[in-house]
Ligand binder design. Structure first.
Ligand code: ATP
Length: 428
């Protein structure tokens, strides 16, 4: 049903409860505007008449509840209209959450029930988890709530660069082009794009993030009542499944939304059956979700890092800075045996301590890696500290003991303590 086409302005009439699914072409942006009726993109309304420009490769749907006419100008990879969507079931979930928020708000803020819904969205890769999270957040924000968005997806997260888990309050419907505002997210650096590298560290960081949010909620009845929406990774087998259960428990999730997988849904219903305050709800995956190959995911990660330094539309100017080796200390978390072999019983293998801090010598191995700048003042605080931002190592001069790196701005880094993982980037 795909109709990629020449670059000409054209109008599309959408009937009620239908959506226009678009993949913007690879090289040029697409302009789009709403001519009549009302329409939204993943929960955020499109303003009438105004042309909105969508960057190359973006994939989105324009959905209308009551009918709309859209005008498009530019080339698309594909664009087609669909009349079968799971949007009604999604908005019904929103209505239930809304009821729970109102109930939470009406109760005294020191009672346990003043906590609004804590929703966790789970499912395989490419089931539309991020998209559903976004809709639920935007619909809630439109009604004046400030729900907290928690993104536990270290591969394709939408708050900050890959390799991190993060949270941020959502105060306005999420912009269809700009995405989540990157103002002051709470970010923990895991440093790898797959959890299997150090699953225990992943759990430790999930716990740190949950505890920090818990402290923030304690003093903020408004955020408590609004609740959270937690997006997760698409890895749902083996260790991935274990990490999902761990996240449900650590965040005290009250609603588990399972997208597009019967088996996962029934497994979760089964293990959570003795928790009456946790609802496990199966939801249909949208036919519009675009599957991405491993290569496409890798590319998306790379764009995400680029966006951090240069901005979505090349509108930021990062700075190349030079520091002495002695100005910075770099740590790796985990890896390496905890106890020497000689200290263990015969035949026992030394276990790697997941949160062991290993000082890293600055050498050319750091080239092209992305490092996090920790808020820690002392090395012992690294694990429990969130990060201020990231730098990208562009040159190491061993002779002069100088390190050249790209940072979002000029001037001194907020801290001398850096964390390195396996996150690489090749600036192109
Ligand atoms: P992952 O597990 O990799 O994070 P996910 O389950 O979170 O994937 P999404 O990121 O929500 O999946 O969706 C995958 C892609 O499909 C995104 O680019 C999204 O914009 C697009 N998409 C989702 N729903 C639709 C739709 N109805 N029409 C067109 N594109 C869509």
């Amino acid at each position: 049903a795909a109709t990629g086409g020449p670059s000409t302005a054209r109008q599309v009439k959408l009937d009620k409860e239908c959506e226009l699914r678009v993949e913007v072409g690879p090289d040029t942006p697409l302009r789009l505007r709403l001519l009549t009726g009302n329409a939204e993109i993943f929960g955020t309304e499109i303003p009438p008449e105004i042309w909105v420009t969508f960057p190359p490769r973006l994939k989105f749907a324009v959905f209308t509840w009551y009918g709309a006419t859209i005008e498009m100008d530019g080339t698309t990879e594909t664009d087609y209209t669909a009349d079968e969507t799971p949007m009604i079931s999604y908005v019904n979930v929103h209505a239930v959450l809304e009821g729970r928020r109102n109930r939470a708000k009406a109760l005294p803020s020191d009672s346990d029930s003043s906590q609004g819904p804590r929703v966790i969205v789970v499912g395989p890769t490419d089931s539309g988890k991020s998209t559903l999270s976004r809709m639920l957040l935007s619909w809630a924000a439109k009604q004046g709530w400030k729900p907290t968005f928690v993104d536990l997806d270290i591969g394709q997260g939408s708050i900050t660069i890959p390799g991190c888990i993060a949270a941020t309050p959502i105060e306005m419907p999420i912009d269809s082009v700009e995405g989540i505002p990157l103002e002051m997210p709470l970010v923990y650096f895991y440093g790898h794009t797959t959890p299997s590298v150090n699953a225990d560290l992943y759990k430790v960081l999930v716990k740190e993030l949950a505890q920090t949010l818990e402290r923030q909620f304690a003093g903020n009845a408004e955020s408590r009542a609004a609740g959270m929406v937690i997006n997760t990774m698409g890895w749902i087998e083996g260790v991935g499944y274990e990490l999902l259960l761990n996240a449900i428990e650590t965040f005290n999730a009250t609603v588990v939304l399972v997208l597009g997988q019967e088996k996962l849904c029934s497994m979760l219903k089964d293990v959570l059956r003795n928790k009456p305050n946790v609802d496990v709800v199966k939801l249909q995956k949208s036919g519009g979700v675009v599957s991405r190959s491993a290569k496409a995911r890798q590319k998306a990660r790379s764009y995400r890092i680029r966006e951090y330094f240069y901005g979505l539309a090349n509108d930021l100017s990062p700075h190349s800075n030079v520091a002495n080796f002695s100005d910075l200390t770099v740590y790796r978390i985990g890896g390496g045996p905890q106890a020497p072999r000689s200290a263990l019983p015969i035949g026992a293998e030394p276990a790697a301590d997941p949160s062991r801090l290993v000082p890293v010598n600055i050498n050319r191995d750091l080239l092209h890696l992305v490092l996090a700048v920790s808020f820690a003042k002392e090395p012992e605080q690294i694990i429990s500290s969130n990060v201020a931002g990231f730098i990208y190592i562009t040159d190491i001069d061993i002779q002069r003991k100088k390190i050249t790196y790209l940072a979002p701005s000029a001037g001194e880094l907020p801290s001398k303590i850096l964390i390195v993982g396996t996150l690489t980037w090749l600036e192109s």
